[in-house]
Design a protein. Structure first.
Length: 396
């Protein structure tokens, strides 16, 4: 009953994927791996997402009553949030990801409402227009608005403002319509938790973070699109450059493979489903009193559901297929015109460079001719001087 209720709340509010400190996004490309493509200027998208994991654990009887009955406990990890992405310009995109609901699996209040907020600025769609490769960089920060941090099953968080940057590379088989053909995306990032001095566990107040916790992030994805469905495979992972103390629940490297599918009933809406499968990461319990009954550091699997809606421009809701094709043709024409303009500018620059080279060659030839004239004049004067010195008179 609880999982159904939490899932409903999470689906309505949305939920973030906080794998490797970088939550899901509502922009173009894969769901979790970032693409180097920006939203078009003026576009606003909303992505809602829910994710859950469950595990039943047998609890042995207490030491005071070793012959007592063994009981069972169900652990759930459900979270919820949303992502708003806005295209500021061709090269700038802003996103806000509020994490609305997060299970904590801690004593007392067992959930955060709200949880943390992510802010990100993507500088992307860089590179030659019409080229298969596109580049970008994303700057992000995590604001600790939640009451509890350092949670079981979740990536490490210490309750401080953290920040990072991710390099983005995208490849499109069809550069003119990148989302209509095969594409591949690659991420390489860094995250600083800014957590020196933090007490991670109230049961171990004597243990504080003495060295800044830092993470190395990576991801890769490919998308196989069709008319109504997009099939994708994403690989995400993280490894600590400087790990937190033993009071942290999640302090080891981890990697997940995420196969997923998106259904596009309308051009302004997409329904998303995926499953995270842990490929690596310690399956042994952390050295922490809250890691009861040999629970692993990270979830072995997770199920995710989501929905993306384009809020702006509203003209997408009433646009016909003909209008859409005309718009694509117009954008393609503008791209061709831009390519031709750049080519002409390049040709003009090359012609100007060739003209300058020719002028230089002319100047060099003129200087060489002048040098020969001067040398000949000097030799003639020298010969005349020699004739005057031998006492001979010029003929009459």
């Amino acid at each position: 009953m609880r999982i159904a209720l939490c899932s409903l709340v999470a689906l309505l509010a949305g939920a973030p994927e906080t794998q490797a400190q970088v939550p899901f996004h509502g922009g173009r490309g894969p769901t979790f791996v970032r693409s180097a493509w920006n939203l078009e200027p003026g576009y606003l998208t909303l992505y809602t997402h829910t994710r859950f994991y469950g595990k039943v654990v047998n609890v042995p009887p207490p030491a005071s009553n070793p012959k007592g009955d063994t009981t069972a406990v169900a652990y759930w990890n459900v979270q919820g949030g949303a992502a708003l992405n806005y295209g500021i310009s061709r090269h700038f995109e802003l996103s806000v990801v509020p994490m609305i609901y997060q299970d904590t699996n801690r004593r007392g209040k067992a959930f955060n409402i709200p949880d943390d907020i992510f802010l990100r600025l993507k500088i992307a769609s860089l590179g030659q227009r019409g080229a298969a490769m596109t580049y970008g960089i994303e700057l992000g920060t995590r604001l600790p608005t939640a009451k509890m941090h350092n949670l079981p099953f979740e990536p490490y968080s210490a309750g401080k403002v953290s920040f990072g940057a991710t390099a983005l590379v995208s490849f499109a088989r069809d550069p003119l319509y990148p989302e209509d053909g095969f594409s591949a995306h690659f991420n390489l990032g860094y995250w600083n938790h800014n957590d020196v001095g933090q007490i991670l566990s109230s049961d171990a107040p004597q243990i504080a973070v003495t060295k800044m916790t830092q993470e190395f992030l990576y991801g890769a994805a490919m998308i196989l699109p069709s008319e109504k469905f997009n099939f994708r495979f994403e690989l995400l992972g993280s490894a600590f450059i400087s790990a937190p103390p033993t009071t942290a629940f999640s302090r080891s490297a981890v990697m997940y493979l995420t196969p997923g599918v998106s259904y596009k009933p309308y051009r302004w809406m997409a329904l998303d489903a995926s499953s995270d499968l842990r490929l690596s990461g310690s399956a042994t319990p952390a050295r922490n009193e809250a890691r009861l009954y040999t629970l692993p550091r990270y979830s072995a699997w997770r199920v995710s559901l989501g929905m993306k809606i384009t809020l702006l421009p509203t003209s997408l809701y009433s646009m016909s297929e003909r209008d859409l094709l005309m718009r694509k043709a117009e954008s393609r024409r503008e791209l061709f015109e831009q390519i031709i303009k750049e080519q002409r500018e390049t040709e003009s620059a090359e012609a100007e460079l060739e003209r300058i080279k020719e002028e230089r060659r002319k100047a060099e030839r003129e200087l060489e001719r002048l040098r020969r004239i001067l040398e000949g004049e000097a030799r003639r004067q020298q010969q005349e001087g020699q004739n005057g010195d031998d006492g001979s008179l010029p003929p009459r």
